[in-house]
Design a protein around this ligand. Structure first.
Ligand code: F3S
Length: 426
């Protein structure tokens, strides 16, 4: 790999041990990928404070610098960590103490979280505590090289914002924050951002549910390639695009899609493909739509729902307001819990406009900082949950060994109010 003089100086220790370890990692990583150079980044989004068993042990026995060295720099040395060199934010992390009275989440994890958060803050890491940093003001410009983790955020950054990032990891984002560099390969390069498959929707895609199901279908079809979506598509909202991308990155490993006329690198279908020839054209039919719905509901058997989970990826203000509107002043079924996951900064907005109070008055919770999949927790005794998120319906049954129902936000709220799943595809 070609290194600049500055890259070499960092690697050789001219700027301290932490920078040297970070650059060593980035060079090993880049060479493993076949990258020819590193590129500058000035926007890093990673997870430096997520509580893990390994981090718990290291932090307790050796302190936070050592924990960061091992987990975020892949180094066994106990290195003093300097402040981040470029703007860096914390994505998802562990739950805060709000969940202690409503789930079996352990208080020692909250304490660990507080310690990690204090350490990260001292190093200049902005604690956004959400998988949707783009919803709370962390917005790279079009064409900007960034280093982001979290598949739903990465696909949003590449596709909707036109920024450039691969799906990075804990160590590569830790190293990028300290050096301002990342291997320049994959989505950073113009020639690997063009579409590969044309997905033509023969059915009208307009609702939040349908954007998620189209995404789940497209991810399954293209795997790790880049779909171009066309056909009977309404103009999506930010919330629809968030759901679409998260679903695509769930059934497949998609990191970028094009929606001609909507996403910035594809004013037309032709521009989406550039010089490349689509590998194939696939039609999304009514039968495909029904199949996706069945697949996302094949992990539910009991219709007694004891938990409803909304806000994956973290909810927008509009989603929270819609939930409050659907609750319409009614109370939850006594045996059913409702959790809405949101960025803390957006819950502040919901607090001020009365939405949080309306959800709480029904018996629900608006929680921040994490989610049941990341923190591996749910209300005590949960056996069957319902969600409007294709991503949660896909992952949570395996993570928590529970049954799942997938449907519209309205179906989910009805389940929260009645304790019964009555959703069906309309
Ligand atoms: Fe975010 Fe958790 Fe969903 S990290 S995308 S709310 S699984």
């Amino acid at each position: 790999m070609h290194l600049t003089d500055h890259d070499r100086a960092m690697r050789d220790g001219a700027e301290g041990d932490a920078i040297a370890a970070a650059m060593d990692l980035l060079i090993r990583y880049g060479e493993g990928l076949g990258a020819e150079v590193l590129c500058d980044v000035r926007n890093v989004a990673g997870t430096s404070t997520q509580p893990t068993p390994a981090k718990t042990i290291i932090a307790k026995e050796h302190g936070w610098d050592k924990a960061f060295s091992v987990i975020n720099l892949d180094s066994d040395a106990d290195i003093a960590i300097p402040p981040m060199r470029v703007p860096t934010c914390q994505l998802q992390q562990g739950f805060n103490d709000e969940v202690l009275s409503i789930s079996p989440y352990r208080s020692e994890l909250v304490e660990l979280q507080d310690g990690a958060e204090s350490f990260a803050s001292e190093k200049g890491i902005n604690i956004l505590a959400t998988c949707t940093p783009y919803q709370v003001g962390n917005l790279p410009t079009r064409g900007e090289h960034v280093a982001w983790m979290e598949s739903s955020a990465v696909i949003y950054a590449n596709s909707v914002l036109g920024a450039r990032t691969n799906c990075e990891g804990t160590a590569s984002t830790g190293s990028a924050g300290l050096t301002g560099r990342i291997p320049c390969w994959g989505n950073h390069r113009e020639e690997t951002r063009r579409g590969t498959h044309l997905i033509e929707s023969d059915v009208r895609v307009e609702s939040f549910l349908d954007w998620g199901m189209l995404g789940y279908f497209a991810g399954d079809v293209v795997g790790e390639q880049r779909p171009v979506l066309s056909g009977q598509l309404a103009r999506p909202t930010l919330t629809d695009l968030k759901h679409l991308g998260a679903a695509m990155a769930t059934s497949g490993g998609v990191e970028m899609f094009h929606l001609p006329g909507v996403t910035p690198e594809a004013r037309t279908i032709e521009e989406a493909f550039g010089d490349t020839v689509p590998a194939t054209t696939v039609h999304y039919t009514a039968a495909d739509r029904a199949h996706v719905y069945e697949t996302l509901n094949d992990q539910g058997s009991s219709t007694d729902v004891d938990f409803v989970l909304l806000g994956c990826p973290h909810a927008s203000v509009e989603q929270m307001a819609e939930i409050a509107r659907l609750l319409d002043g009614r109370k939850l079924h006594p045996d059913t819990r409702l959790w809405v996951m949101a960025p803390r900064a957006l819950r502040d907005v919901a607090d001020r406009n009365g939405v949080t109070a309306a959800i709480r008055a029904a018996g629900g919770q608006v929680l921040t900082d994490s989610c049941p999949a990341m923190s591996r927790t749910a209300p005590e005794g949960t056996r069957v949950f319902a969600t409007d998120s294709a991503k949660q319906a896909h992952y949570l049954p395996a993570i928590l060994d529970i049954e799942a129902w997938f449907g519209t936000t309205r179906d989910c709220i009805e389940a929260a109010l009645t304790g019964r799943w009555k959703g069906e595809l309309r």
